[in-house]
Design a protein around this ligand. Sequence first.
Ligand code: PEP
Ligand code: MN
Length: 332
Amino acid sequence: MIIHLQENISADNARKISSELEGKLIFNNKNKLIITSSKTKSIDKKYEDFISEKFVLESDIQLSSKDYIKKTRKVKINNIEVGGETNNTLMITGPCSIESEEQIRESANLLKKLNLTTLRAGCFKPRTSPYSFQGLGVEGLKMLSDIRDEFGFNIISEVKDASHVDDVIKYTDIIQIGAKAMYDHGILRETGQQNKPVLLKRGFGSNLQEFVQAAEFILSEGNPNVILCERGIRTFETKTRFTLDLCGVSFLKEYTNLPIILDTSHAMGYSYGVPDLTRACVAMGIDGLLIESHPNPKVAKSDASQQLNFKEFEEMFSSLVPICKAVNRNLI
Ligand code: PEP
Ligand code: MN
């Protein structure tokens, strides 16, 4: 149950009521919210005078539910917005990992040429093998931040464990929580306690309820700026890296109020399939895309097989424009 307390309730009183109801208390500007387990379907009459509004939810998809907020939330990333009434489809691109200043400058020039706003590159890479390239760490974040200062892009990079959260917050504009970190409560809590937009990727072994409940951990710490990212789940299929769950995307659009971004690169795992898959996604009417691109994918230090070279990216990008138009979306 989500309970909106009356404005005149003191903070101390709010804390007392919340603890009696075994709820989570959020101070949201002037509003004080208590969120209890969705198993709570009614509360004692003695609390009625303190309450301005309450919402009884079916499951622990609560703050992110369309039964609570009827429209997709708007998330502001400095000068741009996704979700809400914007109809924007945000193109996020860049290499899987930042590898050098020269490489990221080439990527920045691609974004500039296409008038794109949001550059992504990983600095702390959650690799499957400890012997693979692990990323440039804080050095990479500083390079990204310099590029932001020079080009005016928004920067997105990934946090791999809770000890990196402060650095990623300091140097970026959107914090990415990767598929393998989706269940990391330290990261979810830390990113929930500040206000920067968070892009939460779906764990490849998680169902939709678990995915959205991970988002609830961030929202219920008080950060309303959460964007979901479907990036493929593991199925019996082995010919592609993962299976992009487009049925799941329809569910998320229908039942949750969070903007949704699709990552076709990690889902497909092979560059040949990324443009077609991306066109299909755009036709669904989505809030954004995450596509890996690299000046020379053959020598990429991570995810080499799936990154588009710049020619492939540009061709795909121009083919998305009419599809976006047809579904009444602005590709930004
Ligand atoms: C990435 O975005 O480069 C990445 C590692 O993705 P995921 O967390 O979806 O595997
Ligand atoms: Mn990658």
